[in-house]
Design a protein around this ligand. Structure first.
Ligand code: AMP
Ligand code: MG
Length: 485
């Protein structure tokens, strides 16, 4: 069954139909006076949605879930998850899956709302979201997409006209999100928790069909599926590390099966390169600190393997053996992806005669001990490859050390143009994100649009965008982000 949407797109209900145990039919809360704050026109076009109509009352009804086309079946998804190590049954407390859309390239994608009101999974929450955090997800996910890092996308943010209570009273909003799916490690943990092996198998079959179809033809499809998720996550987290992204809340319910980054809550990019960086106010122990992310991903994938054990073998002991061996591929895949990306950042071709790993580790040590801005360093290093080492030298206090390193690196003939294609000049810098969200919260959307424009072309130096390439001012201080937004 499909439902017509504004434009040529239609809405399907694959998840709701194939996995009804995980889909609670539910309606979005009313929005007193909705106002479209930002609409992702290129993404809308990709989905076959009519941009003009999305901006009209009909479109805003869709983007808030309040006026859905007849026949649509919005659902709150059930899942479980380890949150900071503790297991809980969860589910969409303030989100709804509207259904799936086949985009113009033939890919099936979820259309999903966040901040659309309480659901049966809301527990103590109000089901709502504030304008600032939803715009933050919009900006950061657009930046990740432009950087070439797999991610959910943001289609629109609509201010609801309802005030919500946090530490202060804030304007409410609904984010319309697009993902290749919302299946997560926690979805499988839910099936494990209720001991429903039939559900587990159907869930795995659904996930294989959507994300890792090659696994279906493998001799052991569920093991091949698990390995494919391990590989996708190893690759994803390596890309986060290379660009200096700190997710901040890598709970198993926030780890996708597709390998897309999801749930932009307390995330932020590194300013200075400090491996122990934690931005999230609730991450007291630094569980999800920058440097801990590969380990956190591996831990989550071990929980994923535990959930899949009944599909690996009848005998638990044998299943555990299979799972352990497959999980071991995470480190190898992660190290390979990180190293390949690091070589590109350094502008070097693979060469077994050169200790590029040592070279990379040495410069990262120097970045840390000299408190150097991560993004600025890599971009200035491109200039050094062209012969102008002064900008990069200016970032370091220990000049003899960086000079010695630069001499060794330059002797390898780095390719400056290749470096400029992977080392961004524009990331969503924390001070600029804060500035744009503060302005938007009081009604001025100009800084937000300018910031979105900047992060959409991460690799190009553009006249007029100089301040988007600059490090935070010294008085910006230690940045903190908040969950429960
Ligand atoms: P997160 O840390 O954003 O992944 O959220 C963890 C869980 O809390 C999910 O089940 C969310 O749906 C739920 N949640 C977060 N904020 C709210 C809220 N304001 N109202 C209801 N549920 C929420
Ligand atoms: Mg979540």
């Amino acid at each position: 069954m499909t439902t017509a949407l504004p434009g040529v797109a239609t809405l399907q209900a694959r998840f709701a139909t194939e996995l009804p145990e995980l889909a609670e039919p539910w309606q979005a809360a009313a929005t007193p006076s909705p106002r479209l704050l930002v609409l992702n026109e290129p993404l809308a076009a990709d989905l076959g949605l009519d941009v003009e109509r999305l901006g009209s009352a009909e479109g805003i009804g869709l983007l808030t879930g309040t006026e859905l086309p007849p026949g649509s079946t919005p659902v709150a998804q059930a899942y479980a998850g380890h949150q900071f190590g503790g297991f809980t049954k969860l589910g969409d407390g303030r989100a709804l899956l509207l259904g799936e859309v086949t985009d113009i390239h033939g890919n099936l994608r979820d259309l999903h709302l966040k901040g659309s009101g309480r659901t049966p999974h809301a527990r103590g929450g109000d089901g709502l979201a504030a304008v600032g955090p939803m715009l933050r997800e919009y900006v950061v996910s657009e930046a990740m997409h432009a950087l070439g890092i797999p991610t959910t996308r943001s289609l629109a943010v609509v201010a609801t006209g309802r005030d919500i209570r946090r530490e202060t009273v804030l304007p409410g909003a609904v984010l319309a999100r697009v993902a290749s799916s919302h299946l997560r490690v926690g979805s499988f943990q839910y099936a494990q928790a209720i001991r429903d092996d039939d559900l587990l198998r159907r869930l795995a079959d659904h996930a294989i069909a959507r994300h890792h179809p090659a696994a279906a033809a493998a001799p052991e499809p569920y093991l091949a599926f698990y390995r494919a998720v391990v590989a996708a996550q190893a690759d994803l987290v390596a890309q986060w590390m290379l660009v200096g992204f700190v997710h901040g809340v890598m709970n198993t319910d926030n780890m996708t099966i597709s390998g897309e980054t999801i749930d932009y809550g307390p995330c932020a990019f590194l300013d200075v390169f400090e491996p122990a960086t934690v931005f999230s106010s609730i991450d007291q122990g630094g569980r999800y600190a920058y440097a801990n992310q590969p380990g956190a991903a591996e831990w989550n994938l071990a929980r994923f393997a535990e959930a899949l054990l009944p599909l690996f073998a009848d005998e638990t002991e044998r299943a555990v053996e299979i799972a352990s061996e497959a999980l071991a591929s995470f480190r190898t895949a992660y190290d390979a992806a990180w190293f390949a990306g690091m070589l590109k950042k350094l502008g070097l071709a693979p060469n077994p005669a050169v200790d590029a790993q040592g070279l990379a580790n040495e410069v990262l040590d120097l970045l840390r001990s000299n408190h150097v801005d991560h993004t600025t360093f890599w971009r200035h290093l491109g200039a050094a490859a062209r012969g102008d080492a002064e900008p990069v030298r200016g970032l370091f206090l220990d000049l003899p050390a960086i000079d010695a390193w630069l001499a060794r690196w330059r002797a390898l003939g780095p390719d400056a143009d290749a470096m400029d294609r992977v080392n961004p000049v524009h990331i969503p810098r924390n001070h600029l994100v804060e500035e744009a969200l503060a302005a938007a919260t009081v009604g001025d959307l100009a800084p937000l649009h300018q910031l979105i424009d900047a992060v959409r072309s991460p690799f190009n130096v553009r006249p007029g965008f100089e301040r988007y390439a600059e490090a935070a001012p010294d008085d910006f201080g230690q940045y903190q982000t908040f969950c429960g937004t």
